[in-house]
Design a protein. Structure first.
Length: 256
């Protein structure tokens, strides 16, 4: 292996921590740096042996999903889940790991209407039982993922921090060039499942900022502002990725 590769690996591994209080650099004696470039790769390598292979050996046939250190394991019964959680805690302790007590829990998912049915969050999605309608118009219940409330709050806060309504010296084209890539990423990731709710909330958050910007820039009333933005959207339907990917309905337009 080239010496420069070993040098960079050593620097990644030995990178010190910085104190939040006084900015002092603290030498680490174990673990990997939080947020480090190499940390996700090292976590994947370690958990492949500490978790993936252990599950195949001890619980063959039990399905699970793992993304870095976020893990979901599916069990048929509550008793099985409790035993597995205890066994996993013992297994991790043997290799120097500890389950995060605040994030490790057992979620009971059932399509029947019961009081103890819960939900769980994984990779920015809330997984819970939702009521759907089939092609015959009949209602049924199914566990479906949807953009989590925490993810939607973060997206809304991000849009607010852009302070679009205060940037009256800029144009809609400026906003489109600056934010289209970000919005496209949100739609591409969170718009795959249970998209109607996500689309509505994203549309409302973004359109409300554009309406406030237009109202401040041109000194228009609410009705005239909505009419003007609607005309711009019809004349330039592909200006904002939001406008042509979400295919917003008139109801959404009225909601903002």
């Amino acid at each position: 292996m080239p010496k420069w590769v070993i040098l960079y690996c050593r620097r990644w591994m030995e990178a010190p921590m910085q104190s939040c209080e006084n900015g002092e650099l603290i030498t680490r004696t174990r673990g990997t740096p939080q947020g480090g470039i190499i940390s996700p790769l090292l976590a994947n390598l370690f958990l492949h042996y500490a978790f993936d292979l252990w599950m195949e050996r001890e619980y063959r046939g039990v399905p699970f999903e793992r993304y870095a250190d976020d893990i979901v394991v599916h069990c048929s019964r509550m008793s099985d889940a409790t035993r597995l959680k205890n066994r996993l805690s013992e297994c991790f302790s043997e290799v120097g790991l500890v389950l995060n007590a605040g994030k490790t829990n057992i979620a009971y998912i059932d399509t029947f209407k019961r009081r103890n049915v819960t939900s769980f969050t994984f990779l920015g999605y809330d997984f819970k039982v939702r009521t759907l309608k089939n092609f015959k118009g009949e209602l049924y219940r199914k566990c479906m993922p949807g953009a989590s409330n925490a993810a939607m709050r973060k997206i809304t806060e991000t849009i607010k921090k852009w302070r679009i309504h205060r940037s009256t010296g800029e144009s809609l084209l400026d906003f489109a060039r600056r934010y289209n890539a970000i919005v496209r990423g949100w739609i591409g990731y969170y718009g795959k499942f249970w998209s109607r709710n996500f689309n509505y909330r994203l549309w409302s958050a973004m359109q409300s900022r554009l309406l406030k910007w237009m109202q401040s820039k041109y000194r228009l009333s609410n009705r005239k502002t909505q009419r003007k933005l609607t005309l711009v959207r019809k004349e330039y339907p592909k200006l904002f990725v939001l406008w042509y990917l979400l295919r917003a309905s008139n109801e959404w337009s009225r909601a903002v």
